[in-house]
Design a protein around this ligand. Sequence first.
Ligand code: ZN
Length: 497
Amino acid sequence: MEWTLVLDWAQQGKLPALRRLFEEGVHMELASTAAQLPDTVWPAIYAGANPGRLAKYFYAQYDAARGDLRMLSDDVIGATSFWKILSEAGRRVCVVDIPKSPVIGPINGISIANWGSHGSRSAYTAHPPGLLKEIGSRFGRHPVGHCDAGGGDTKSLRELRRRLLAGAELRGQLCRFLMQRENWDVFFAGFSETHCAGHHFWHLLDATHPRHDPADTSGLRDTIESIYRAVDQQVGELIDLAGSETRCLLFSGHGMGPIWHASWNLQEILDRLGFGQPGVNAVPERERTNARVNPWRLLKMKVPGRLQYAVKAMLPQRLQNELVFRWYAGARNWAGCRAIAVPNNDSTGAIRILVKGRDRHGVVAPGHEYRKTCESIAAALGELVDPQTGRKAARQVTLTYEEFEGRFLDQLPDLTVLWDQRFAWDEVASPRIGNLKIRRQDSRSGSHTPCGFLLARGYGASPVVTGPQATIYDIAPTVLRAAEVNMPDMDGRALFY
Ligand SMILES: [Zn+2]
């Protein structure tokens, strides 16, 4: 859920359950790893761990030893979820459809993974295993499946809207059915519908979007609002069912907004800055030039999602992976580069420095030269502006070794760039790279934004807000504290005394 929309719509009375949480409890914004590595948001939430402690930061990930990309499932995340800790401490827990969850092991209670979560990379599993059959006969599967598997035309969007609304309702029914089975210590459920709606319907909501239709000929303009309202209704019923004595946390690990970025042209920008292969696009051109286009991305935009998924399913796994790699990185001849663009979620570009002794094609010396290279790229990204408005294109550049720590730090991208999604732009310029006109290469109109939020009822009126800002790492410690279970080594802190 997008925080700015939640604030507006709760205030206008359109989200009565959330409004009640505002009135009866406390609320706060949460800093999020969506500012750097959006795919790590959910594991960061459920394990209270920063991306340096996660074995996976993205599903198509750069592999330093092979000097190529590899695919990773959610099963390798390698961090312990708070429900496992609760379960081992003897608490009865029910966990329903949390995104980016690995296959479920035995748990003291019930757990369902990948029933209808967005973008999952693991199997549909449950504990106890017999539960799958029961859920199958009572509820079936979530009606959306892969939300990218439709098309961007009005007919497909109308169908997606119908399925998202039906999915929110069915999810609510499933949650109430499970909540009523026993008196749980902790009940934890994820709603994915607001996320999918943000990806696919943003241009219909956002009057500043170039694809916005002020006449609303499709009649779909209110889709995001309708889905937020549908989820609000289900959440309200769950809170009522839990009872007024039950402590309640509602949160979103990041927001949603329009999709403005230069991630698909990041390698070209690095080339122009002189960090690519010697001689390749290294000379800045003063004239306005069109940025390179990845034909695989254009193909992905042109071919209807349904057909893409059908064709992909017929290919052997190796070719499926190769297709994904080409969508993200195009050609991958990286020998001779000092810095390369590596896959990450669209709204945040990611860069790897090829370091001697660490990366297969390493050319940059570790230590001083490495740091100088990172700082120089960060400075160059900070210079990029949209020549139409003069506004900076990069909102936040992160040197990951300054932001994160842990045993997997070495495999993370060295820099990430969060592009500014707060205004429409399709051109970047600086004295060093010249002027680059970017062609849109995304089928979605919305993407992740870095601000999460939390509403809490029954935790008392005094959150721990004296320290630095609350983050998504704080959620797992907060739940453990409320359940009176000791917190293992985590990056967050309990937000309430
Ligand atoms: Zn997403």
